[in-house]
Structure formats: structure tokens, C-alpha cells
Write a protein that binds this ligand. Sequence first.
Ligand code: FAD
Ligand code: SF4
Ligand code: SF4
Length: 407
Amino acid sequence: MSNYDIGYVNCSLCEKCIDACPFDAIAVVDGKIKMNSACKACGICVDSCPEGLITPVKDQRASVDKSQYTDVLVFAEQIEGEVHPVTYELMGKGRELANKIDQELHVILLGHNLMDQTDEILAHGADKIYVYNQKALHHFDVQAYARAFEDCVEKTKPTIILIGATPVGRSLAPRISTRFKTGLTADCTILDVRENTDLVQTRPAFGGNIMARILTTRTRPQMATMRYKVMEPAAKVDNPTGEIINFSVPEAELETRSNFISITKKPEVESIEDADKIIAVGRGIREEKDLEMIKELADLIGAKIGTTRPLIEKGWTGHHQQIGLSGRSVRPELIITLGISGAVQFVAGMKSSEHIFAVNSDPEASIFNVAHYGMVGDLYNIVPKLIEKIKNGENVFKKIEKEAVAI
Ligand SMILES: Cc1cc2nc3c(=O)[nH]c(=O)nc-3n(C[C@H](O)[C@H](O)[C@H](O)COP(=O)(O)OP(=O)(O)OC[C@H]3O[C@@H](n4cnc5c(N)ncnc54)[C@H](O)[C@@H]3O)c2cc1C
Ligand code: SF4
Ligand code: SF4
């Protein structure tokens, strides 16, 4: 169905609309102007018609009554009783959004034998926790979790739901959104809210080339996932006053076709996500063997090594070391980038780091737009000098701060 009506009766077939359309979406078919599926609804042809014959079709999709939905609901992910730290980050963002629209911050916690977890969540400032403490929820089973979550949404009608973009969250969130036929924006990097409670969800799109702002204007709840280490965690409050509300769903409704057998933990892989210091290397490194020099520097300052995607594609480093949009998000106290251009896809995964030192031979490299300190130079000169100075007991970071160009 076309997004536009054409007043055929008065159409002179002047073809001005055909010339105006940048997508070749209009043609004369059987003596009539017709739009085809290439139409992007850009509206350019509307103004091009001298007779004003092209008009947008009135949007007849129904909207929910937004006033029926209130408060921000955060999913508290727990595995084996341990609350995932992304929960507190979501609560930090959730609190900010809730304050802006003068509403409350609520948390949903699903599991079994839950005890200490609620204290910690309340200590981070939740106004209410909805607890489903049921045997069938002991281990993450997406169907059972989705049913309990659905029950909570039906009972509490939140306007915004925030879920961590973890493997658990990524599997759960779409199931909730389809049950309520509402929008879900995955991997948001920025969230804001309008006075009318519309959530402004920003995330990279088209391979990270643009930042898209997405709104769910007709339906509620509005759902977004955010990655771990993208936001500040909620601060602890002195005297928690939040309320614990126990909910449950009939056990029969939590029965699923999955049969839990056992949990096998993956072998621990060195994670850069929790590192305080990271040295990130990019294509400025010419040969794989040169990574030895980077490793020496990293060992000396107690840093972990992260990399850009091209180094992983070359097979020089492991996938778990990739920083960025399709890799890990990191927020260390210090990140030193060596020979990295600063592509948006890389920057999306590290821009919240506390201190960013960038070394690049190109003064125009866009990494300098996000760096707090920058050094224009050849990493093959700079890194050996740093190593030597550290070995001689010099406090190189004080020196870098002095010598580097503060941006
Ligand atoms: C959908 C999609 C997702 C992506 N996801 C990611 C992602 O998660 N993470 C990621 O990293 N990339 C990702 N990319 C790739 C990304 O677009 C860039 O290609 C990549 O980040 C560039 O890596 P780089 O900075 O190492 O290399 P380059 O862009 O080639 O930059 C190398 C830099 O090194 C500098 N340099 C060269 N020699 C020296 C020297 N001797 N001393 C100092 N500086 C030197 C150069 O001036 C240059 O700025 C993604 C791309 C797409 C399309
Ligand atoms: S709305 Fe845009 S894409 Fe669609 S027919 Fe008109 S000019 Fe072409
Ligand atoms: S510009 Fe208007 S009058 Fe001319 S062909 Fe298109 S619809 Fe018809």
C-alpha cells in the first residue's frame, strides 16, 4: 500500500513528480501515475506537483493511552543468585529517566531462594522490587522467564522497560516485546525521555555510520536494551526506602518444554571488560611479532591488551579482545590507544573510559576527538621509550600528561 494518495482526475501527466523522485519510485503505468515499492516515503514528490495532487495518506494506526503506563522497570538479571552488574547501570539510567518524568524506578527480579539480592537492589535506590521467587525460575529458562515478566508488565504497566544487552537479556527482551506488540531498540548507547514519556533511544545504525534516534510513539511499554559498561551505575542511597512486592504466577504456567540438566561453566577467558587499564592497539602495528613490545608495556603497567577489529581479522589477537560495536564495551580508568584511527565502531565501545591517551602518527586522526590527551608520533618510537622510562622508575603518566597535548 502506498503512503500517498494521487488525485488522478486532475493529473495532467506532466511527470514533474517523476523527475523529482530521487528513488525512481514513480512511473506512468497504464496511463496513470503510480508509485512502486521503491518509495521511501521521503515526501519530495508532494511539493513537486504543481496541482497539489499528491497527499500523504492519513495515519490510521491506533495509539495506546499513554497515561495508563507509568514508571521505569529495570530487569535485574541474576545467575546462580548473583546479580549481574549491568543491573545497577540500568538502574542508574532508569533513575535519571524516572526523575525526568517525575515517576518511580521499579525493578523486576526473577529466581528462586532469593534473599540478599533485594537488599542490594534497594540500596541502589529502587522504589519498588517485584519479586517472583519460584522454583521454576531457579535457572534461566527463557519461556518461563518471559511468562513471569509478562505477568509483571500486565500487573504494573510500566512505560519504559530497560534490559541488559547480555546473552540472557538479548534472548528475553524480544519475547516480551512481541507479547505486547511494542517496540524494542537493542544496544542503545544513549537514552533520554520527553515530557510526554516518549523514550528517545539512540544507537548506531547502518554499520555505525549514523546514530539513529528511535521512538516508540504509539505503543507502551517502550523497551530498550543497553550493554554492560556503557552507563554509570546507580549510586547507593543512605537509607533505602524501597518496597518489596511479591508476585507469582501459577506453576503450571511456568512449565516449558525445556528440561534443565546441568550448568557447565565456560573456561575463564581473560576479560578486558573489567580491566582498570587497557592498552588498545590497532592497524598502526605492522607485524604480529611487534605485539611483544605492546605486551611488555602492558605487563609493566598492569594493563590488559585490547584491539581493533582488523587485528582480530588478521588472526593476531582473540575475539575476546575486540573493543567496539561488534566487540566488547569497556570503561577503564585508563586506556592508551596505539595506532588506532578512531572509527565510530571502535569508539562506541570505549568512549566512556575515564582517561583516554591516544598515540597516532596522523594529527587529523579522529581518535583525537575523543581522547583527553593525545600524542602525534610514531608508536615504534614512543612505546620503546615508555618501556625504558618505566623500567628506570619514572612516573611516565605524569610525564605523558605534561608532554601530551591536552585536548
Ligand atoms: C558493522 C561494523 C562493525 C564494526 N565493529 C568494529 C568493532 O567492534 N571494533 C573495531 O575496532 N572496528 C570495528 N569495525 C571496523 C571499523 O570500521 C574500523 O575499520 C576499525 O576500527 C579500524 O581499525 P584501526 O583503527 O586499527 O585501523 P585504521 O583505521 O587503519 O587506523 C590505523 C591508524 O594507525 C595510525 N598509524 C599507522 N602507523 C602508525 C604508527 N607507526 N604510529 C602511530 N600511529 C600509526 C594511522 O594514522 C591510522 O590512524 C566495524 C565495522 C563495521 C562495518
Ligand atoms: S515519497 Fe519520495 S520516494 Fe516516494 S514517490 Fe515521492 S519522491 Fe519518490
Ligand atoms: S506532478 Fe502532479 S500533475 Fe504532474 S504527473 Fe505528477 S501527480 Fe500528475
